[in-house]
Write a protein that binds this ligand. Structure first.
Ligand SMILES: [Zn+2]
Length: 113
């Protein structure tokens, strides 16, 4: 399951952050997951709970922010909103869209104890 490796990657970042701040515990983690990142948020929450058990982030709250998708249309040159991958340009109907926002996933903040 792809969410499990994502959760492990998040835990790695959180543990590094906690160590850098000499924190004994992490109470919350803010994650940005773009609307086009193809991540199952509920599955990720479940995996996060599982991988953090017994770690510095045990019991930490997971706050997820989902930036909407934005793409650049190559044929007509417009910047267009995209709800999901495979959407067509609302101006010209082209599928040659280059995603410029919404496919990222990153940890933006960690709240430490
Ligand atoms: Zn277009």
């Amino acid at each position: 399951m792809h969410e499990m490796s994502l959760a492990e990657g998040v835990l790695q970042l959180v543990e590094d952050g906690a160590r850098a701040n000499a924190a004994t515990g992490v109470t919350a983690v803010w994650l940005e997951i773009g609307a086009l990142a193809q991540v199952e948020v509920e599955a990720l929450r479940f995996c996060f709970d599982a991988v953090t058990r017994g770690t510095v982030a045990d019991g930490a709250r997971l706050e997820i922010v989902t930036p909407s998708g934005l793409a650049w249309c190559m044929p007509c040159g417009n910047q267009v909103p995209v709800a999901q991958r495979g959407d067509a340009c609302p101006h010209c109907g082209s599928h040659q869209l280059q995603v410029i926002r919404g496919d990222e996933m990153r940890v933006t903040e960690i709240e430490i104890a």
